[in-house]
Design a protein around this ligand. Sequence first.
Ligand code: 4NP
Length: 153
Amino acid sequence: MKILMVCLGNICRSPLAEGIMKTKLSGDFFVDSVGTISQHEGEHPDKRAIKTAANHGIDISKQRSRPITNVDLENFDKIYCMDLDVYEDVISKAKNEEQRQKISLFLQVLGDHENAEVPDPYWGDMDDFEKVFQLLDKGCNMIAKQLTTVSNS
Ligand code: 4NP
């Protein structure tokens, strides 16, 4: 199963989500991340995201930002969006119902619609990155549980 994490720049939230999710799933799963903008294409994740992940023993330093493509919408089985703007942007790129069905808000899995967005830490500080890490870790635990249950049934 192929899982795609999506945020705006693909340098803060989705690289963290990719790194965290890879620690929760077996090699049967392929996990990648992208952004909806190409502004940071080719860049490694934000230094603060790299440091926050490293504080938790996860190396995301080798990732490179890239924008989402139509091929991604075809190839990936599950596409998780970090906030509503990103979700709407990705949904607008979907070509058919099958592609639309793959797309969801990352935090929907927590069943809390009020807090369904992962806040963007880009303009914040290390404390904001740590809070985002904790939120992503919680979401990844739930998603991994869900996906593992589905693939074993
Ligand atoms: P991300 O954070 O979407 O979590 O990677 C951002 C990165 C870059 C920008 C905004 C948010 N930016 O405006 O360049």
